[in-house]
Design a protein around this ligand. Structure first.
Ligand code: ATP
Ligand code: MG
Length: 456
């Protein structure tokens, strides 16, 4: 069993529990923080549930700064040391039409009912310093077994709130858990109800799922459930890619690529762009599939179709613009050749910048890691790695932007050029010459070349 001693709420949370308790109310920490503590993970926030009504909390904490925007749902937040701490009256929820806030809540007198409305057994445990762990639905056992199980009848629970379907797969990816078979069945049956959840909420849950360390496994295992959020997955499942390059169908390939994606050292935006690019890179393959007589499959045009599809899907999910643009740019060329000569590489660095190429290399490596295990694939991996090293070296050492030139526009004007387009064009021309190696990137040499040009 997990060690209850691992539940160590911060002093301020203990202070709130004690203050409520002394005033005669029941109070517990509850939900995600109990789950995460028992797993030895650091909880994000420490939620408190209590028998005190919102007005009673207001009176009790009258001397403190309070945030009351969640009051009608029973939540009062008190600001201590600049951080807000949420305390919520024991409640049962009505429907979650917007997938986030129940339309109405009913306050209830006891903890049991409050725990019973929570989504999964592992999220339905409470703790207090005096009573210790309260685990009424077998949450601790499920934590130990790595199981997500609805509290109560899964069919009814997903019917009440379809967001829970996505939360189930998202937690599975974050925690490396499986869905209990009855919960998985109910999620599969109810998957189309996810369409009623707001696009933003679907995006957030998928985004967090992809961030989970077990995202690859979860995509492979629960692809059918996810068709409720992304119907395009359906055609990928079982779409065969027979031929020398592949050993998986399109969906299992996508899942394996997600499992193999390495975002180590990438900035958070790039890492996010990469996760979504891996998810969407081959999504158009089923639309482009043709097969030879011997069954070998080809997918002509899947980069271009995929580009449009990725944009459509991300727009539908109201993803941020940087993410849409970043993903679309990668999907468009994910399968194409890489520049090979130094000049080509420099020109590409000039056009798109090093970040794009770093991202593309990571995507290609994840993609290739989910191909068949043979010499031809190993050779391609090798080529990508070589390119990545050369590109990085050139981007660190060579000049590929006008701003990297040893002279500026002002230098050119001082040398007698008329201000205006001529200055920009001359800088571009000098840059080309430097990239081609016909001029060194040195101030004197560049000025001399400009003068020679003026006199010619
Ligand atoms: P995390 O903060 O990492 O997402 P969490 O478990 O804290 O995990 P929250 O969304 O913060 O998740 O919700 C807090 C608690 O509220 C959950 O642990 C769960 O008990 C309950 N809960 C949240 N959303 C739902 C829901 N849609 N249906 C039922 N219970 C829910
Ligand atoms: Mg939380």
């Amino acid at each position: 069993m997990n060690d209850i001693a691992q539940i160590r709420p911060p002093e301020l949370a203990l202070y709130l529990l004690e203050k409520l308790h002394r005033a005669g109310y029941e109070a517990y920490i509850v939900g995600g923080c109990v789950r995460d503590s028992l797993l030895g993970r650091t909880p994000g926030d420490w939620d408190i549930c209590t028998s005190a009504r919102p007005e009673e909390m207001e009176t009790l904490f009258a001397g403190q700064r309070l945030l009351l925007k969640g009051k009608k749902h029973g939540t009062v937040a008190v600001v201590l040391d600049g951080k807000s701490w949420e305390m919520t009256t024991f409640r049962q929820d009505g429907h979650y039409t917007d997938g986030r806030h129940p339309d109405c809540v009913h306050f209830v007198p006891c903890l049991r009912e409050d725990l019973a409305r929570r989504d999964f057994t592992v999220n339905a445990m409470a703790w207090s310093p005096t009573e210790g762990l309260i685990d009424l639905f077998g949450g601790q056992q499920d934590l130990n077994d790595g199981i997500l199980r609805c509290v109560g009848d899964p069919v009814a629970r997903f019917d009440e709130d379809a967001l829970r379907i996505l939360r189930a797969v998202r937690f599975a990816a974050q925690l490396g858990f499986r869905l209990d078979p009855a919960t998985a069945d109910a999620a599969l049956q109810a998957r189309m109800a996810v369409r009623c959840v707001s696009a933003e909420r679907i995006f957030t849950e998928l985004d967090r799922l992809l961030e989970g360390f077990a995202a690859g496994t979860v995509l492979a295992r629960y692809g059918h459930i996810l068709t409720g959020a992304l119907p395009e997955i359906e055609a990928c499942i079982g779409c065969s890619q027979l031929g020398r390059w592949h050993c998986y169908d399109v969906w299992n390939h996508t899942a394996a690529a997600m499992g193999g994606l390495d975002t180590e050292g990438m900035d958070p935006r790039s890492a996010r762009v990469l996760r979504w690019a891996v998810l969407l890179h081959d999504m158009a393959k089923p639309m482009c599939r043709i097969a030879d007589e011997d069954g070998t499959a080809h997918f002509p045009g899947h980069n271009q179709r995929g580009t449009r599809l990725a944009r459509q899907i991300l727009q539908r999910l109201r993803a941020p613009v940087y993410l849409i643009d970043g993903v679309v740019a990668l999907v468009a060329v994910h399968d194409g050749p890489l520049p090979s000569s130094d000049l080509e590489i420099l020109e590409q660095l000039h056009q798109r910048g090093p970040l794009f190429w770093q991202r593309l290399c990571r995507l290609k490596l994840a993609d290739l890691a989910a191909h068949a295990n043979n010499e031809a694939v190993a050779q391609r991996c090798q080529e990508v790695r070589q390119f990545a090293r050369r590109m990085q070296h050139l981007s660190d050492t060579a000049c590929y932007t006008v701003s990297g030139l040893a002279i500026t526009g002002s230098d050119l004007i001082a040398a007698g050029l008329t201000p205006g387009p001529l200055v920009g064009n001359t800088l571009e021309w000098l840059l080309q010459a430097v990239m081609q190696g016909s001029l060194p990137n040195e101030r004197a040499a560049l000025l001399q070349a400009v003068r020679a040009q003026q006199n010619s």
